[in-house]
Write a protein that binds this ligand. Structure first.
Ligand code: FES
Ligand SMILES: [Fe+2]
Length: 445
């Protein structure tokens, strides 16, 4: 499944740049030159990261990652869910999943579920997937609503714009004003055909977050993609941060992913645009893999290059939208994986696959091989992450130092600690005190 993307992304050493780094580079050179320049700047940047790390560690030790308690505390999990999921853009599908009037898709964010439906005016709208009467979930999976959206419990019906249209036996609801009981709308944005929703909060749009890299999506023509394989969902017995930590670092690749190690160049250039979006470019090794499916993929890849400009031929481009979405652009397809937090120790990994309409036979074979290769990588990651989750609850465990290849983990943790300062505590607050301590620390600044 997709989360193969989790692994693939780890092929890169991802650098965290400040806005000053990026502004300097972008003003002076076009994007392809920018990538080269960034690569040359790597040592300087890493040195800066290293020094900043020393002054920012959560428990006073240089480069300390989050304390183990943060990976299992249920009160913290609630705070995280609001701050890092409900208030952040979540990918839910592609405009070509909802082409006709009444077509809908649903998506889990965590305990919340949303749906997107195309209205009679052909506009897409997103709503919390809950009936205003007695809270029944209204829609499941994906499909088409015929004329109205009908709750399966008592039959309240809603228009595609979310307004409450009819109530069976309405005489038994004296004085009800239907205008008060429309569906709850959530924010929706389409970026290169990809549909994102945000349940709460405000801030930068998806387009603003991807502003420095949007041309990648245009070059691949993502706006015109369609779904090419069924979406998948798999539950890992891990805290969501264990999965994202793993996604962010490439230190484990050589040992944990022998297939990727056979196919990929270990240390290709990559960057992070300090906008919540990071990306890396991945290049294949010249030596053919000794494993047939990997070798076949390497051989066929040139046949999918004809759609791409020279600078992207034969490459994988991989994006991460913190804290839970990976997007992998391949010559033959796009895959997306999204982490859905279910409980402090349970995370659902959603995967979706999109690609050009009318693929050639070679592109179809590449897609099949790619998904197969990455399903194995994904399972390797699931096992690695599960071991970490188990180990984090070990008696008196304290995290070890981070490698420079794991700097992105530190930076991710710093972002978390900045938003929820209670996460910088080394010791777990007492029961019922996580939110209290967090509020107090926020007030202290
Ligand atoms: S819960 Fe939806 S109609 Fe009653
Ligand atoms: Fe991995």
């Amino acid at each position: 499944m997709v989360s193969a993307g989790v692994l693939r992304r780890n092929q890169f050493r991802v650098l965290r740049l400040t806005p000053e780094h990026f502004r300097t580079v972008v003003i002076q050179v076009p994007l392809t030159q920018c990538i080269i320049t960034l690569y040359k700047l790597r040592k300087v940047i890493l040195a800066e990261q290293s020094s900043s790390t020393k002054s920012l560690a959560g428990d006073g030790r240089p480069g300390a990652p989050l304390a183990p308690w943060t990976y299992s505390n249920s009160e913290l999990f609630e705070l995280e869910y609001t701050e890092f999921f409900l208030k952040r853009w979540q990918f839910v599908g592609h405009v070509n999943d909802v082409v006709g009037i009444g077509d809908y898709i649903t998506a889990d964010i965590g305990r919340d579920n949303v749906f997107v439906v195309r209205g009679k005016d052909e506009e897409l709208r997103a709503f919390l997937n809950v009936c205003r009467h007695r809270a029944s979930r209204i829609l499941e999976g994906a499909g088409t609503c015929r004329g109205v959206i009908r709750c399966p419990y008592h039959g309240w019906t809603y228009q595609f714009d979310g307004s409450l249209m009819a109530i069976p036996q309405q005489d038994d609801f004296p004085d009800i004003d239907r205008a008060d009981y429309g569906l709850r709308a959530v924010q929706l944005e389409v970026f290169n055909g990809l549909i994102f929703i945000r349940v709460a909060g405000s801030g930068r749009s998806v387009a603003e977050q991807f502003s420095h890299t949007a041309d990648f999506f245009e070059k691949y023509d993502v706006a015109n993609y369609e779904q090419i394989a069924p979406s998948t969902a798999e539950i890992w017995d891990v805290n969501w941060k264990v999965a994202w930590d793993n996604y962010l670092e490439n230190y484990h690749i050589a040992i944990g992913h022998p297939g990727l190690q056979r196919m990929l160049i270990e240390d290709s250039e990559a960057d992070d645009l300090s906008s919540g979006v990071s990306y890396g470019i991945f290049v294949f090794k010249d030596m053919p893999s000794k494993v047939e499916e990997e070798r076949r993929y390497q051989e066929l890849l040139q046949h999918a290059d004809y759609r791409l400009p020279d600078d992207l031929k034969g490459k994988w481009v991989q994006f991460g939208l913190a804290p839970n979405l990976g997007l992998d652009l391949y010559p033959e397809m796009l895959d997306l994986f999204r982490l859905v937090p279910l409980a402090p120790d349970k995370t659902m990994i959603h995967a979706a696959y999109y690609g050009h309409k009318n693929p050639t036979p070679e592109e179809m074979e590449l897609r099949r091989l790619n998904i197969q290769i990455n399903e194995r990588v994904n399972e390797e990651d699931r096992q690695l992450c599960t071991r970490v989750q188990q180990g984090l609850s070990t008696y008196r465990y304290r995290p070890g130092p981070l490698s420079q290849q794991e700097t992105t983990i530190f930076n991710f943790h710093e972002m978390l600690r900045k938003k929820l300062p209670v996460m910088s505590l080394e010791r777990e607050p007492g029961e019922g005190l996580v939110a209290v301590e967090n509020d107090a620390m926020q007030k202290q600044g």
